[in-house]
Design a protein. Structure first.
Length: 249
């Protein structure tokens, strides 16, 4: 495939992933394998994907802020616990062999498909009352999620949604609002690890980031309006095909 078409396809994938990331999570389950299929080795693909994540979450946070949905102090408190884990995860990721990373990626993607398909319908109205004893669980959860996000990123949005939704009892809009801010901040040191170790393809990264920025801006608007229904089925199908290719070929 000519590089021109790779860049066009990557831009379109970026838009799609940006919308999916903000509304639910798992957009990296499309972008990361796509980068690998375009010829990048796993460490470079993993690093390059972080450029898109950083730009997309910045535009998502800006979109939420413009719509007057933000609690930056609370978001910052949460992300401070995720930062050490994110750096540790990124450092381990760049040391993995290409084959090992692809196998781990394949199994993670299958798990993501199962999560998407078998997650039941949930009541979107949540009580703002928080059990203070249970609330402290969010901090070790942020450390673990930060490590996972630094390591592979795929599906970290689902983990953040589950933690914020069930532990802090937040509404879906607030959950996604905090989620994109947390990912934005911890992605900065994780990306630096990949830059320092020279695991970045800047051309692919900038194109992907442009698409994800657009998708992230639109995605935040969709969250506030309240739509995310059809996305999970499209995502599940795409992720399933890519995971099979990673595991078998």
């Amino acid at each position: 495939m000519a590089e021109y078409w790779k860049l066009v396809i990557l831009f379109i994938i970026g838009i799609t992933a940006g919308i999916i990331n903000v509304n639910a999570g798992g957009g990296s389950s499309i972008t990361l394998p796509a980068l690998i299929f375009m010829g990048l080795d796993s460490a470079v693909a993993n690093g390059t994907n972080r450029i898109g994540i950083l730009v997309q979450t910045f535009f998502s946070v800006a979109s939420f802020r413009k719509q007057k949905h933000h609690e930056f102090r609370k978001s910052l408190t949460l992300v401070l616990f995720a930062l050490p884990g994110a750096v540790a995860g990124a450092l381990i990721s760049v040391r993995l062999s290409d084959d090992s990373f692809k196998k781990i990626l394949g199994f993670v993607m299958i798990a993501i498909v199962l999560t998407i398909l078998f997650s039941g319908k949930k009541n979107r109205t949540r009580s703002e009352k928080i059990n203070k004893k249970k609330e402290v669980l969010i901090y070790p959860a942020m450390v673990a999620i930060g490590f996972y996000g630094g390591f592979i990123q795929i599906g970290v949005g689902f983990l953040l949604i589950a933690s914020l939704y069930h532990i802090l009892k937040l509404s879906l809009v607030k959950v996604n609002m905090h989620k994109v801010f947390i990912i934005l901040i911890y992605t900065i040191p994780a990306l630096l690890v990949f830059i320092i170790t020279k695991n970045i393809d800047w051309k692919f990264g900038v194109v992907l980031a442009s698409g994800m920025a657009l998708g992230g801006w639109w995605g935040a608007k969709i969250v506030v309006i309240g739509g995310e229904k059809i996305i999970k089925y499209i995502l599940a199908f795409a992720v399933f095909l890519m995971s099979i290719k990673l595991l078998l070929f």
